[in-house]
Design a protein around this ligand. Structure first.
Ligand SMILES: [Ca+2]
Length: 342
């Protein structure tokens, strides 16, 4: 009898252990995945489309959770474009928010934005139907675990400045600065320039809302990793997705296929500024880049410098050979949507 009891005990322990193993493993995986807020000016350039495709690909691989897609550009097609891409990747309910008030308003010169909005399903027809970016930032940050959120900005810093300046409200008793300090572990920003053109060059994302950029970078309370202009300008992507005949009915493919042939400078692919920022936001810089420690100096005219004695920021320096880097990014851009329960 005792033997039988002992046997039963062993069996039930084994069942218990194996029952614990499965969920525990899943939990560990989810806990190590980065929680990402993606903040984009999607429109004036289309590397944002590549970046958002990469973000969905990495989420499908279990490497990140996407908390929201936010726009720092208030062009009228911004919310519909984000909804087209999120819906294509089977995340039709992923929160979308657009900057309110004074903000940059820029469309896609290649007209790919109106093309994909006309051709692909989406619910949001106007920016007004999307959420208010500042409110959504405050809501998401107030609900997330402390020190858990990575914000990736691949556009203007307008939302960052608005968030920093925000006071306590009905969403949270914390100010924007306190919320960032408590909830955000890292900002990865495609912005500024750190090579020998530094000091003269006015990088697009910084200069378009130079006042917001200066306020955000002067006052940001947690670490920032910069993917500077000089990183993306040497990495070319988009030809493989454009030429891949197996990929059909894809807004990502359509954007590259429409835009690349319009500019002879893009014959070898489009420069990949925003894609690098997303990759680092999710996977970290170590496999791909070296870093330089210091702190950005942001000037009122949109130029920037670097204080090597600072200790808040890092900027990226290419480590992985560029052709390998291009393959990593191109493979992720070609990721195909996976079916999932909503
Ligand atoms: Ca961008």
């Amino acid at each position: 009898m005792q033997q039988k009891l002992f046997f039963l005990l062993i069996v039930s322990m084994a069942v218990f252990i194996s029952a614990c193993k499965g969920p525990h493993k899943t939990m560990q995986k989810n806990m190590s995945a980065a929680s990402i807020i993606f903040d984009t000016d999607i429109g004036p350039d289309y590397d944002d489309v590549g970046a958002l495709a990469i973000l969905h690909a990495l989420a499908d691989k279990g490497e990140c959770n996407i908390l929201a897609t936010m726009a720092s550009n208030k062009h009228k097609l911004i919310a519909p474009v984000l909804d087209v891409i999120n819906t294509y990747f089977n995340r039709p309910h992923l929160p979308i928010a657009v900057v309110r008030g004074d903000a940059v308003d820029l469309s896609a010169t290649q007209k790919w934005d109106s093309l994909i909005v006309a051709d692909y399903p989406h619910d949001l027809k106007t920016n007004e139907q999307a959420q208010d970016a500042l409110q959504l930032y405050r809501k998401i940050l107030s609900e997330q675990p402390d020190g858990s959120v990575t914000i990736v900005t691949v556009g203007f810093l307008t939302n960052m400045a608005n968030l920093l300046r925000s006071g306590a409200d009905e969403i949270s008793s914390l100010t924007g600065e306190q919320l960032i300090k408590k909830k955000v572990k890292l900002l990865v920003s495609m912005a500024a320039r750190f090579d020998n053109e530094m000091g003269n060059f006015k990088e697009f994302n910084v200069v378009k809302d130079a006042a917001a950029s200066k306020y955000a970078f002067d006052n940001w309370p947690v670490p920032i990793i910069f993917s500077g202009f000089e990183i993306g300008m040497n990495i070319f992507t988009g030809l493989p997705v454009m030429n891949n005949k197996a990929i059909v009915n894809s807004p990502v493919k359509d954007v590259f296929a429409k835009s690349i042939p319009l500019d002879p400078n893009d014959a070898g692919g489009r420069m990949s500024w925003d894609e690098t920022a997303v990759l680092v936001g999710v996977r970290g810089y170590q496999p791909y880049f070296d870093v330089v420690k210091g702190r950005i100096i942001t000037n009122s005219d949109g130029t920037n410098g670097w204080d090597p004695n600072g200790d808040r920021d890092l900027y990226l320096v290419q480590k992985m050979p560029v052709t390998e880097m291009e393959k990593v990014l191109n493979d992720l851009i070609m990721h195909q949507p996976v079916k999932r329960k909503q």
